[in-house]
Design a protein around this ligand. Structure first.
Ligand SMILES: [Zn+2]
Length: 354
C-alpha cells in the first residue's frame, strides 16, 4: 500500500512516499481504508525523534484519520465492511487499574496511533475496534479526519479536568493551533466567555469570526495585565495552556483567585520560570491533561453532533504533498488543521518522492 513514512529521524526532507506492507487486522482489530488524515504537532516530534521514546523504523506517522472499514478481525462485533468511521487516536491495554477505572488515557501502557504504532498517513491503518466511532454525518471527510486528537484533548482539558461551567471566563493561548481552536469551539458552545492570544493579528481576526470575545496580541501587550483589566481585575477562571515557556507566567498572572490552569503541552519549551507565590496566594489549581478516556471520546463526539460543530481546516493536500504539510506545521503559519487527502492514492506503481 502507499504510505508516507520515514527511515531515519530528522526534518520533513526525510519523508518518503512509497510502498509499505498492508496491515492485517488481528483479533479485535479493524482495517480502515483511509479517506483523510490530519497532522498534529506530535507528528513533527515523532519525525524528529524524542529522547527516550524509541520508534521502530521505518515508521508511518499520523494520529488522526477517517475512512471506511475494509476488513474486520476475529471477534469484532458492531462494525462491518463499508461502515464510515473516525478514529480515537489513543491506544490502551484495557486491563490495568487505570483502564478498569475508565481512565484509559492514564493507562500504564498508553500509546497513540502514529507514535507507538504505524499511523494514518497511508492507504490503510489497523486499529482496535474499540477505537472507532461512526463518522458524524454533518462533517465532510476533511473535517472528519481533522478533529479526533485535538477535540478529544480540548474536551478533557475543559470539561473533565477543569470542569468548565457556563458563564465562566476562559483564556486560550496560541490560537491557530489545533487544540487551541478546538478549545475555542468547545468553550463557546459550553457558554463560556473566551479570550484568546496570538502573535498574529490575522489569526486573532479569524478567532473573532469563530466567536472569541476578546483577542490579545501577546507581542504588543502585557497579557497578564490586559487580561486582568478585561476581566474586571479578577482574572479568568480557566486557562488552556498548550504553549508552555512563552506563556506560562502570563497564565499564572491571568488566573482569578481559585483559577484553574490546565496544560496538555509545551510547544515553546517545557521549563518556564514559575512564580510559586502566585500559585499559593491565589489558590490556583494546575491541572495536567493528556488525550482523553473512552468516556471523554464518546461525550465529545456526541457534543459535536448535537452542536453541529466542526473543526477548522487550514488546508487539504494530497498524500503526495505530505512533506509540504509537515513543513507547514513546522512553520506555525497554519490556522486550523492541515489535512491529507489519502483517498486518491491507490496505484502501487513504485516509489516516488513525497
Ligand atoms: Zn491500561
Amino acid at each position: 500500500m502507499r504510505a508516507l513514512y520515514f527511515d531515519s529521524h530528522g526534518e520533513p526532507s526525510r519523508l518518503v512516499l512509497g510502498e509499505r506492507p498492508k496491515p492485517r487486522p488481528g483479533g479485535g482489530e479493524v482495517l480502515v481504508r483511509l479517506r483523510t488524515a490530519s497532522l498534529n504537532h506530535l507528528d513533527l516530534f515523532v519525525l524528529r525523534g524524542m529522547p527516550g521514546i524509541p520508534v521502530e523504523l521505518p515508521h508511518t506517522g499520523g494520529a488522526d484519520g477517517a475512512g471506511t472499514v475494509a476488513e474486520v478481525g476475529e471477534g469484532v462485533t458492531g462494525w462491518g465492511i463499508g461502515d464510515d468511521v473516525v478514529l480515537n487516536p489513543g491506544l490502551w491495554c484495557g486491563t490495568c487499574e487505570f483502564c478498569i477505572r475508565g481512565e484509559e488515557s492514564q493507562c500504564v501502557r498508553f500509546g497513540i496511533i502514529g507514535e507507538h504504532v504505524d499511523g494514518t498517513f497511508a492507504e490503510y491503518v489497523k486499529v482496535p475496534a474499540s477505537s472507532l466511532a461512526p463518522k458524524p454525518a454533518h462533517l465532510s471527510w476533511p473535517e472528519a479526519g481533522a478533529f479526533g486528537l485535538t477535540f478529544l484533548t480540548a474536551w478533557r482539558m475543559l470539561m473533565t479536568r477543569a470542569r468548565l461551567m457556563a458563564g465562566e471566563t476562559v483564556l486560550i493561548h496560541g490560537i491557530g493551533g489545533g487544540v487551541a481552536l478546538a478549545a475555542l469551539v468547545i468553550a463557546k458552545r459550553a457558554g463560556a466567555i473566551v479570550l484568546v492570544t496570538s502573535a498574529s493579528d490575522a489569526k486573532l481576526a479569524r478567532a473573532r469570526e469563530l466567536g472569541a470575545d476578546h483577542t490579545l496580541n501577546y507581542t504588543s501587550c502585557d497579557v497578564g495585565r490586559e487580561v486582568r483589566g478585561l476581566a474586571g481585575k479578577r482574572g479568568v477562571d480557566v486557562i488552556v495552556e498548550t504553549v508552555g515557556a512563552a506563556t506560562w507566567n502570563a497564565s499564572l498572572r491571568s488566573a482569578s483567585k481559585g483559577g484553574r490552569i490546565v496544560t496538555c503541552g509545551a510547544t515553546t519549551g517545557p521549563n518556564p520560570s514559575e512564580e510559586v507565590r502566585l500559585i499559593f496566594w491565589n489558590q490556583l489549581s494546575i491541572l495536567g491533561s493528556t488525550m482523553g478516556s473512552r468516556a471523554d471520546w464518546r461525550a465529545m463526539v456526541g457534543a459535536l453532533e448535537e452542536w453541529q460543530a466542526r473543526p477548522v481546516v487550514d488546508s487539504v493536500l494530497p498524500l503526495e504533498g505530505g512533506r509540504e504539510a509537515y513543513e507547514r506545521m513546522a512553520s506555525g503559519g497554519q490556522f486550523g488543521k492541515i489535512v491529507l487527502d489519502v483517498s486518491g492514492v491507490d496505484s502501487p506503481t513504485g516509489q516516488t518522492g513525497a
